[in-house]
Structures are given as C-alpha cells and as structure tokens.
Design a protein around this ligand. Structure first.
Ligand code: ADP
Ligand code: MG
Ligand code: ZN
Length: 476
C-alpha cells in the first residue's frame, strides 16, 4: 500500500432535458443548423429580460431530492463575468452564493464496497455557446444554439479516495439522472461533463494537500486515466521534495497525461453579483413535497429489492438496475415467467450483447418480454436445447419473430425421444471403436467426446441429459 492517500472531489455539469432553454423559449434540440435555435435573449441582446423555465427548476429539484439535499426555499441567480466570443452578453447566469440545494449525499458501490459521498451543493446555470475553430481556413465560428441550454452543477465533497471511487460516483450520478429522466448523461456528447479535483496527503495526516483541477474529461475511462496519471505525478513531486502547485490542468487523451493550463495567478476573478434582471427563486414546500412523491424507486433501492425479492446475486441486481428501462424489462419478464435467475442470466449475457452490438436500448428493440420468456420456456420444458436457443436468439432479437414458430418452421425441436437417440448413440459407438475401448479401460473423460459426437449428428438438437444417460448405459 502506498504511503499517500488520494483525495478527490468532483464538479459535474449535466444538461437538463427540457424542451426549451433556461431563460427563453428557444429549442434545446441538438444538431440543428448553427444559430437557428436563437433569439434576442440567448444571443445576449441588450435590454431584453430572461424568464426562468419552471421545468428546469423542477428537474434540478428532483435531482436534489434524489441526492437527499436540502432544497433552499430561496436561491439567487448571479452574473459570472468573463469575456469569450461564445458568451456575447459578457456574463453567464449562474447560482453562486445562494444555490438551489445543499448538504446531500449519495451511496456508491466501488467494487463490492458501499460508501457514502457527500454532495456539497447543486445549482442551476445556463450553458454558453460553442466556438468552432477551423485552422485550415484560419477562421473561428460561433454557434449559439447551446447558449442558454439549462445546466445543473453538482459539487461533491472531497470524499473519494481513489480513481475507481470517482468513476463509481459518476456512474451512480448518471444512473440516477437517467432514472429521473432529466438528463441523458452522455459524457462523449458533452451532456454530462466533469472537472476532477485531486490531491494527495501522507497517510494519517489530517490536512488536505494542495489540489489540482483537471478539465477535458469526456469519458469515464478518461476520468480514471487522468486521475491515475495525476496522482502518480503528484507523488513523484512529493517524493522529490517539490511542491504541488494549485492549478488547472488539461487531460490529453492521446498521450494519457495532464498538462498545466493555468495557475492560480491566472485564475479568473468573475466578479459575481446577483443578477438584477432575475428575482430570487422561491421554491415552496408543497411543490417540493409533490415532486418528492413523484420520485421513482432509485437505482440503489431497486438493486437491494432485486436481491431480496428475486434472490439475485448482487452482480445481477447491479447490472439489471443500472438502467431503468432494463430493470423494467426484467420485471415485465418475471411477471410472465417466474424464473428470475434464468431470465437474469439471459438478459445479462445474450441480451446485453445483442443490445451493445446493435447500439440500441431495450425500449427500441424488437424483443418483447413475451418473446424472450417464450424462448426460455422452451428451453426449460425441454422443447429445445440451450444451444439451439442461443443460436436462434440473434434472429429473434433482430426480427422480433416468435421463437415458438421459428423452432417449428426450422424443425429445431430437441430430440427427447430415447428410441431415436439410441440409434444415434449406437452409430457413434460403432464408428469410434478406439475411443470406446479407452473409455472402458478407464478414460472416463472421453464421455464428453461421445456426447459431442451425438450432438454433431443431431445438429445440437439432442437432449443432453438423455444422451448422457443412454451413453452411460451402453458404454457402462
Ligand atoms: P472552486 O470554487 O475553486 O472550484 P470548491 O471549494 O468549490 O472550489 O471545490 C471544488 C471541488 O474541489 C469540490 O468538489 C471539492 O470537494 C474539491 N476539493 C476541495 N479541496 C480538495 C482537495 N484538497 N483535494 C481534492 N479535492 C478537493
Ligand atoms: Mg472549480
Ligand atoms: Zn433564445
């Protein structure tokens, strides 16, 4: 074990899935032509007034409640002043001294270890536009479609102790957002962004070491890699009796390293002050209580319930509940066919593989719970072998064909007629005299060879239990 302890705190920005922007009625639709989703408000014309989008507040309040935060009855929007071409107003509207919510926590699972991470605050703000640089033309473009898209920033306490815990935290946050249907949580597309603060300290020491903040982390993998690199870099510095400098660093995903972006001296002074164009945000008790009642069962609670109600191992429960749609699908299947572990095995292997390959979610797929459970019933009642079930599964998945009909049409029914199988076994015994002799001399492992031969002759349709029994009897 290293002599140093790692301390990590994360700042997460998540785009809220509202139809319109936070202070105007422009669409938040991604991928439209540049500057088509804009108006006087989100392009920062002088003299216009922002009006807060209630849906954005609702989403942020739901997240706050899901993270056990105290929602402040009064919060305030401030102006964060800086210049950048994609911020025509010269300031970003964000909550600062009086945020929407504070003092929450979230349970995370890192490996098998459960742990609690404190949430310092959750506040709302608007996104900025996008600068698009074109070095070949020697030009830069500005697209303001993203300007004014609602964001929620979630700041954690410095409670994480390893890069693994940091990624587990991010995954837990994302899972909750997706359960609440308030954000896509897509790091690669930028709807879920993370800045990582990290420091180290000699084990046993109380005070934190100097931290650095890492930006440009656009995948879970990169968060993990950047933190690992940064921890090692800080350890080297301390080992060489040098100081860690408080600075912002950029992760370079190609090289797998972090490089200094700006030091403390260059840190911005944003001159925050309350935005006089917006009245304080008052959130009343009744509304909070109403939203609290509407919260769905959240991933960790659902995972625990899956373990007790369906007697599933924790890995199964964790995978099945990671996405709400998948968990719903699983439960629909169990209603149709009360074999939770059988269903779980198939969902976790065959189904997830097909979904990953197709790049779709279970909702968009053609595989209804009826089709999957229909297939599993045929395996369990001996109509088809597990092998045949696996071989036809991709077709059932892709085309949504009824597996019962498919098995009939293709004549794949398992051969469970011992008369028919005896004939095949006799052939195998006749064709492989050497193996039979060795088997009888004690090479019992050859049993699997004989089973394999029978399977081959029956194109995988023989009932394996029956084949074993007949072989045992005839070779015995
Ligand atoms: P800033 O406003 O400069 O971003 P904050 O106090 O809001 O600073 O902290 C930002 C993040 O840094 C929080 O997530 C917090 O948990 C984390 N953090 C604070 N101190 C440390 C430290 N010594 N090591 C690692 N993370 C830290
Ligand atoms: Mg910060
Ligand atoms: Zn607008």
């Amino acid at each position: 074990m290293s002599d140093y302890e790692t301390i990590i705190g994360l700042e997460v920005h998540a785009q809220l899935k509202t139809l319109s922007k936070i202070f105007c009625s422009c669409s938040t639709q991604f991928g439209n032509d540049p500057n088509t989703n804009t108006c006087h408000i989100c392009t920062g014309m002088p003299g216009v007034l922002p009006v807060l989008n209630k849906k954005a507040v609702e989403f942020a309040v739901k997240m706050s409640l899901a993270l056990d935060c105290r929602v402040n009855p009064r919060s305030v929007f401030a102006r964060k002043n800086y210049f950048y071409p994609d911020l025509p107003r010269g300031y970003q509207i964000s909550q600062y001294e009086e945020p929407l919510a504070e003092h929450g926590h979230i349970k995370i699972l890192s490996g098998k270890q459960e742990k609690d991470v404190g949430i310092t605050r959750i506040h709302m703000e608007e996104d900025a536009g996008k600068s698009i640089h074109s070095p070949s033309e020697g030009l830069s473009y500005v697209d303001l479609n993203r300007s004014g898209v609602p964001l929620m920033e979630i700041v954690s306490e410095p409670d994480m102790r390893s890069p693994e815990e940091a990624t587990a935290y991010l995954k837990a946050l994302r899972s909750i957002m997706r359960y609440l249907d308030i954000s896509d949580g897509n790091m690669e597309e930028g709807s879920f962004r993370c800045d990582a603060n990290v420091s180290i300290r000699p084990r046993g020491r109380q005070e934190f070491g100097t931290r650095t903040e890492i930006k440009n982390l656009n995948s879970f993998r990169n968060v993990q890699k950047a933190l690992e690199y940064e921890v090692a870099r800080q350890m080297d510095l301390l080992e060489d009796r040098e100081d860690v400098i408080r600075e912002t660093r950029l992760f370079d995903p190609d090289k797998g390293i972090t490089v200094s972006m700006r030091g403390k001296e260059e840190a911005h002074d944003y001159r925050y002050f309350p935005d006089p164009d917006l009245v304080p945000l008052l959130v009343d008790r009744d509304w909070i209580e109403k939203l609290e009642k509407e919260l769905p069962e959240l991933p960790m609670a659902r995972q625990a319930r899956f373990m007790s109600q369906y007697e599933l191992p924790d890995e199964d429960a964790q995978v099945l509940t990671s996405e709400r749609d998948l968990a719903d699908y699983f439960e629909e299947c169990v209603k149709l066919y009360q074999q939770p572990k059988t269903i779980s095995n198939w969902v976790m292997t065959e189904l997830l593989r097909e979904l990953n390959q197709a790049g779709t979610g279970i909702r968009e797929s053609n595989l209804s719970p009826q089709l999957l459970t229909g297939l599993l019933r045929m395996v369990d009642d001996g109509t088809i072998s597990n092998k045949i079930a696996k071989s036809i599964f991709p077709e059932v998945f892709a085309q949504g064909v009824d597996p019962v009909k498919l098995v009939q049409d293709k004549g794949l029914t398992q051969i469970s007629d011992s008369g028919a199988l005896e004939g095949v076994v006799d052939e195998v015994i006749r064709d492989n005299p050497d193996e039979v002799r060795k088997y009888r001399e004690g090479r019992k492992k050859l049993m699997s060879f004989f089973v394999g031969q029978v399977m081959k002759k029956t194109k995988g349709q023989a009932n394996p239990g029956l084949v074993n029994a007949i072989l045992n009897r005839k070779l015995g």
